[in-house]
Design a protein around this ligand. Structure first.
Ligand code: ADP
Ligand code: ZN
Length: 299
């Protein structure tokens, strides 16, 4: 298989890699996300150096934080749109990489990329319709419907669905600057840290934060399940390092569905229905390789 490039463009760092997949990773670098003028030339420099050492790349795949324009026929395909990330609004990201390196580009959201990685090498192999949700600094979701990455008007923004919020049980107003108490506003890592005034990683496993967290995430998952009918839901991101969340979420999902979906995958085998990514923290960068591979096929 021809050598590929991959970029996972995140809010705190850009991971750039050369290889073809999980068993063939030849070089990786992490570049801090500061300003486009500072970060992007370092990205280009890494790929130029690697191309010099390892030979040409067939394509580069990019999974990026959003909102981004993922519609291939749009004049702004591959752009960062009105992202809340200061300095990164309205930047022609994919086009710049493509022009500088003169290489075909595959482009999607970070979460659609991670979903694709899991589809090719992980827990979504053989599935047609599934969701990948990341619960980190923010919350984002992607996935596939009928074997195609979910796009549409733009791309899903699953973190911003509105959530019933019982203010007597949880008076915290939420952190989303747009909606306050959407799912991201109530259940992202940033929300946990602001609500409890400490690092999420330092909250003990039996802290009430986790039952509340599981409750909010389960509301989200029930809504996604009823809406898209996914065959599986993969939950990644830093917050899901708290593995005690999985059984809590599964039991809350079951409780909230209230036996409405009488399907063995949910009634008997929910451990395989809601689960962590097989590729772990590598899902995103591997998905970028999968995007690159697709870009070589669509030429
Ligand atoms: P990002 O969302 O920035 O791409 P991550 O997926 O690593 O990165 O998410 C970072 C968020 O996850 C932070 O809010 C952090 O507090 C939280 N987090 C990281 N590690 C843990 C952990 N072990 N337990 C709970 N929360 C964690
Ligand atoms: Zn929101």
């Amino acid at each position: 298989m021809s050598l590929l490039g991959a970029i996972e463009a995140g809010g705190t760092k850009f991971i750039c890699a050369i290889g073809t997949g999980p068993n063939d990773l030849r070089a990786v670098t992490r570049i801090p996300t500061t300003t486009p003028a500072e970060t992007l030339p370092q990205v280009i420099r890494f790929f130029r150096q690697q191309i010099k050492q390892q030979g040409t790349l067939a394509a580069i795949g990019i999974g990026a934080f959003g909102p981004v324009d993922v519609r291939p026929d749009s004049p702004k395909f591959g752009w960062f749109l009105n992202t809340p990330k200061p300095g990164w609004q309205q930047i022609d990201f994919a086009g710049m990489i493509q022009r500088e390196l003169n290489i075909p580009i595959g482009f999607d959201t970070d979460v659609n990329a991670a979903a694709l990685g899991e589809h090719q090498w992980g827990h979504a192999q053989g599935l047609e319709t599934f969701i990948y949700l990341t619960v980190g600094t923010g919350i984002g979701g992607g996935g596939m419907v009928s074997g195609q990455p979910i796009h549409g008007l733009l791309h899903p923004e699953m973190g911003h669905i509105l959530i019933p919020h019982d203010l007597s049980a949880d008076p915290f107003p939420g952190v989303c600057p747009f909606h306050q108490d959407c799912l991201e506003g109530l259940a992202s890592g940033s929300a946990i840290e602001k609500r409890w005034h400490q690092k999420a990683a330092s909250l003990p496993a039996d802290h009430p934060a986790w039952a509340l967290e599981a409750n909010y995430l389960a509301i989200g998952l029930v809504n996604y399940t009823l809406m898209l009918s996914p065959e599986r839901i993969i939950l990644g991101g830093g917050v899901m390092e708290q593995s005690q969340l999985f059984p809590l979420i599964r039991s809350q999902v079951r409780q909230k569905l209230n036996a409405y979906l009488d399907i063995p995958k949910i009634t008997d085998d929910i451990e395989a229905y809601i689960l962590p990514p097989q590729l772990g923290a590598q899902a995103g960068i591997m998905g970028a390789f999968a995007l690159a591979q697709r870009a070589t096929q669509s030429k």
